[in-house]
Ligand binder design. Structure first.
Ligand code: VG1
Ligand code: CO
Length: 581
């Protein structure tokens, strides 16, 4: 067994190592600076405390983006030096964010021990490659992202850090082959266990869904299917699950080979960036497709997001979580005993609220970011949750789960088409039926990416200031359009966690209208450059004769109000958003 020594390396703080909505995300060139990654990793160890780190089992893996392989070797050497007992690494360093969460919760080492936490190496939906983004986040023992108490502590430590520990002489571990490599250090044995995480993940999915029923649907000549991993880590799992287990054709997989730069694309599953899938599903104006598949879906880089499409039909993520919640008990075996409760992030539309009310379910509205759902789930208060940003999931793990969401839809479709004798019940049928029952939430999000940070701050300050007089706001609104309802409430969203009582303030600026419409403005916490303003626009329509409109037409008056009220162009210099979803 190779021996290693522990070196203490002097260092000085780097500015700006503050984790955002989901970890620390920066340009690769920032992460590649000597000692940059080391400072953040050591600060995380220090924040957790030596008693938690010594003897621990840690997962280290990610979405395979550029710089991951180097980062994994550095984190292995630092783990060894900090007294970690073993590190679990996904084959080739690949593990989706939901798979990591599952591994933390369920995998057991030969000696019976389980993982205490994980470093997940991803910048999620941000592009990858030498000139693009890298990211790192820490997940806790429950499989969920570190709560704000810990991330704030990590940040504080990064501002004063003086040294880090590393086993410089530990040889690089071959992560391209499954197996355990053992070393001996001053505190005893240290193991690196490289394993194929798809097996664990397939097992988890099989314990939730009715694979037989889904397989029957996928093999029906009536039903056609397509999945786009956008060259992210989802590709590895997609092949195993959709092709090997469920019998989909190989040709139904698009971009399912993970690449360090995601093939030069933006691994973000939305109508703008998932171009190939959007065209294949018949949703591209410039590339009309004569015979699109019945079902299409995509994932982001680390496979925790999903976009679900029907033939020439887009399902908004806010509708998706509501529809899954409404059908879960009847269609999905894991939920057959009932739902403990449901939750959504604040900017997500209120479609889920209406389902919760109808089904008499506990309901929670939390700030943006998955970490807030975990406490509710740990306390047994929530089974299904989602965000408007293409994130959907359940309490099977503590992260959103892209492939889970696709399987949930397939299981619902399979359930509705059980006898397969008559006409196929399509994705569009299910959504329209849902609207007819619960009403429709017209919804859109405008993103202004990489705008000047000071302009963005001024815009937000302007919107907060306006809220001091709703009379004034209503005068302005009436001057812009006379066909929108009145603003009855304006605030900055604040959340008090019902489980631990912690408070999160400044979680987005809300304007609530008399008819249930909402405008929400937020600054993104996942960007790596400048600022990104997100504007969320929503309008509820109960009248069955009015639920079939084009979303853009229905929302046009509110969009105009939002842009003029916020003085968007004045503050940002932008006449149009970067992305509309
Ligand atoms: C965005 C989304 C948010 C999501 C977060 C992480 O955050 O809006 O809903 O939880 O990304 O998703 P922000 O702060 O940029 O709006 V992932 O898939 O990038 O880890
Ligand atoms: Co992601």
């Amino acid at each position: 067994m190779a021996m290693f020594k522990v070196s203490r390396v002097e260092t000085t703080p780097f500015e700006g190592q503050k984790p955002g909505t989901s970890g620390l995300r920066k340009k690769v060139k920032v992460f590649k600076q000597p000692k940059y990654l080391e400072n953040f990793v050591q600060s995380t160890f220090n924040a957790l405390g030596a008693e938690k780190v010594r003897g621990a089992t840690l997962v280290v893996s990610g979405d395979g983006r550029y710089f991951s392989k180097d980062a994994i070797q550095i984190i292995i050497k630092m783990s060894a030096a900090n007294g970690v007992r073993r590190v679990w690494v996904g084959l080739n360093g690949l593990m989706s964010t939901p798979a990591v969460s599952g591994v933390i919760r369920d995998r057991v080492a030969a000696d019976g021990s389980k993982a205490n936490g994980a470093f997940i190496l991803t910048a999620s939906h941000n592009p990858g490659g030498p000139t693009e983004d890298f990211g790192i986040k820490y997940n806790m023992e429950n499989g969920g992202p570190a709560p704000e108490g810990i991330t704030n502590k990590i940040y504080e430590i990064t501002t004063t850090i003086k040294e880090y520990l590393i086993a410089e002489d530990l040889p690089d571990v071959d992560i391209s082959a499954v197996g355990v490599t053992s070393f001996t250090g001053p505190e005893g044995q240290f193991d690196v266990d490289v394993f194929d995480s798809t097996t664990d993940y397939v097992k988890l999915m099989k314990s939730i869904f009715d694979f037989q029923c889904i397989q029957k649907l996928l093999s029906s000549p009536n039903f056609t299917f397509c999945y786009d991993a956008l060259h992210g880590v989802a590709g590895v799992y997609a092949k195993r699950i959709f092709v090997d287990e469920l019998g989909a054709k190989e040709s139904s997989l698009l971009n399912c080979v993970p690449k360090e730069d995601f093939g030069g694309g933006h691994p973000d599953p939305n109508l703008t960036y998932a171009k190939e899938l959007v065209a294949r599903m018949g949703l591209s104006k410039t590339h009309p497709e004569s015979n699109p598949p019945e079902f299409g879906a995509a994932a982001d880089g680390d496979a925790d997001r999903n976009m679900v499409l029907g033939k020439r039909f887009f399902v908004t993520p806010s509708d998706s979580v509501a529809i899954i919640a409404a059908n879960a008990v009847a269609a999905i075996p894991y939920f057959s005993g009932g739902l403990k409760g449901v939750a959504r992030s604040m900017p997500t539309s209120a479609a889920l609220d209406v389902v919760a009310k109808h089904l008499n379910l506990k309901f929670f509205e939390v700030p943006t970011g998955w970490k807030f759902f975990g406490n509710l789930m740990d306390a047994g208060m929530c089974s299904v949750c989602g965000e408007e940003s293409f994130g959907t999931g359940s309490d099977h793990i503590r992260e959103k789960d892209g492939i889970w969401a696709v399987l949930a839809w397939l299981n619902i479709l399979a359930h509705k088409n059980k006898d397969l004798s008559g006409k196929l019940v399509t994705v569009e049928d299910i959504v329209r039926q849902h609207w007819a029952t619960y009403g429709r939430h017209y919804y859109t999000r405008y993103d202004y990416e990489n705008v000047d940070a000071s302009g963005a701050k001024e815009l937000m300050a302007h919107l907060v200031k306006l809220q001091s007089s709703l009379d004034e706001v209503n005068k302005i609104v009436a001057g812009i359009r006379n066909d929108v309802s009145k603003v009855v409430h304006g605030d900055e969203f604040e959340y008090k966690d019902p489980v631990d009582g912690s408070i999160s303030s400044h979680q987005g600026i809300r304007y609530l209208f008399e008819d249930g419409s909402r405008l929400v403005f937020r600054l993104s916490g996942t960007g790596s450059e400048g600022a990104t303003i997100r504007l969320y626009i929503e309008q509820y329509e109960k009248d069955a004769s009015k639920i079939g409109r084009e979303s853009a037409d229905a929302l046009a008056p509110l969009v105009e109000v939002a842009l003029k009220l916020s003085k968007m162009q004045e503050f940002t210099g932008r006449s149009a958003p970067t992305v509309i979803t």
